[in-house]
Design a protein around this ligand. Structure first.
Ligand code: SER
Length: 318
């Protein structure tokens, strides 16, 4: 069956790049992008294919689009991330959970295959620092709580109603096209912009803070691969996927190899506590085994590409 895809949250960090890739693979007209507002800084998703305004809390609005385009695959990327979630936990709960249950209900009704991103935020201080696939999930952030509850909800809809829902526990995603919004891992993106603009960066986590990260091309590859994998190969609803783990200092040092005058200082704020609650790395052996996952980017290659692309974007030479 031909794919008819809807991406909710298409203007966000992952969505803006995922839509382009999905359109490349499945054809522009078969991928409907949607965002909360018709006004967006990035017009490219609208120019190249269908665009609809969707407020993910409005189930009937999603239903109309599913019916209009005869959607059979849905990527639900709209969410409040960890740092923003701590400022208004109740809103984070409502947006993250209500939108997910809307999507799962519609998936059950219209037989949609669903992609939903989970996160390293499902883990907490009691999780081993190299997080296994199956382990203790005791997060300390509201965002993490919504991701654990979301994973359980996905499993429930899969077991009880046969919904084909697939998810990935993403590390911090590093990219240059669209900025991340309100996450704890955002420093690994900000550092590149500040380096190109000012040759200095005051990082909001300490130099030894080490978190799992992933470069956007690997993130997109993992989503596409998971969604194309035969259903019978998938043993987990949400898989750990690893990319690159490094400390804030290791990242700054790698940047300095290209821009020697770059200075990185550290002034931890409330996000340090969130970062400290998360593991340093992820064990993604299950993803490697079940659907052949393997990332392409290491720290060196990702850093070189980010510096080049952000210099181009900001119109300056690195
Ligand atoms: N990047 C996310 C955050 O920092 C983690 O999933 O909130």
């Amino acid at each position: 069956m031909d794919k008819k895809i809807l991406v909710i949250g298409a203007m966000g960090q992952i969505g803006s790049e995922l839509v382009l890739e999905l359109r490349k693979i499945y054809g522009n007209e078969n991928v409907v992008a949607s965002g909360r507002s018709s006004k967006s800084p990035d017009e490219s998703s609208k120019e190249k294919g269908p665009f609809e305004v969707i407020e993910a809390l409005d189930k009937e609005q999603i239903r109309k689009v599913v019916e209009k385009y005869k959607i059979n695959e849905l990527y639900h990327l709209a969410a409040i991330l960890s740092a923003t979630g701590e400022k208004d936990p109740k809103t984070a709960w409502t947006i993250n959970m209500d939108s997910l249950i809307n999507v799962l209900d519609l998936a059950k009704e219209y037989n949609l295959r669903v992609f939903w991103p989970s996160s390293i935020a499902v883990f907490g201080p009691t999780t081993p620092k190299k997080a296994p696939q199956q382990t203790v999930l005791e997060p300390t952030t509201m965002y993490g709580i919504t991701k654990v509850a979301g994973e359980l909800l996905c499993s429930y809809y899969k077991d009880k109603f046969g919904v084909d829902v697939r998810g990935l526990r993403f590390p911090g995603i590093i990219s240059y096209k669209t900025l991340p919004g309100g996450g704890t891992t955002d420093y690994a993106v900000e550092i590149f912009y500040e380096c190109i603009k000012k040759k200095e960066y005051n990082c909001f986590v300490s130099c030894e803070t080490t978190l799992p990260m992933m470069y956007m091309p690997d993130c997109i590859k993992s989503i596409i691969q998971l969604m194309q994998a035969p259903k019978e190969n998938l043993k987990h609803v949400c898989y750990n996927v690893a990319g690159i783990s490094f400390s804030a200092k290791e990242l700054a040092d790698e940047i300095k190899k290209s821009i020697s005058c770059f200075k990185c200082s550290h002034e931890p704020d409330f996000r340090q506590k969130i970062a400290d609650s998360w593991p340093n790395e992820l064990d993604d052996s299950e993803a490697r085994k079940d659907w052949n996952w393997k990332p392409d980017y290491d720290l060196k290659r990702m850093t070189a590409d980010m510096l080049e692309k952000i210099s181009e974007k900001l119109g300056k030479q690195g």
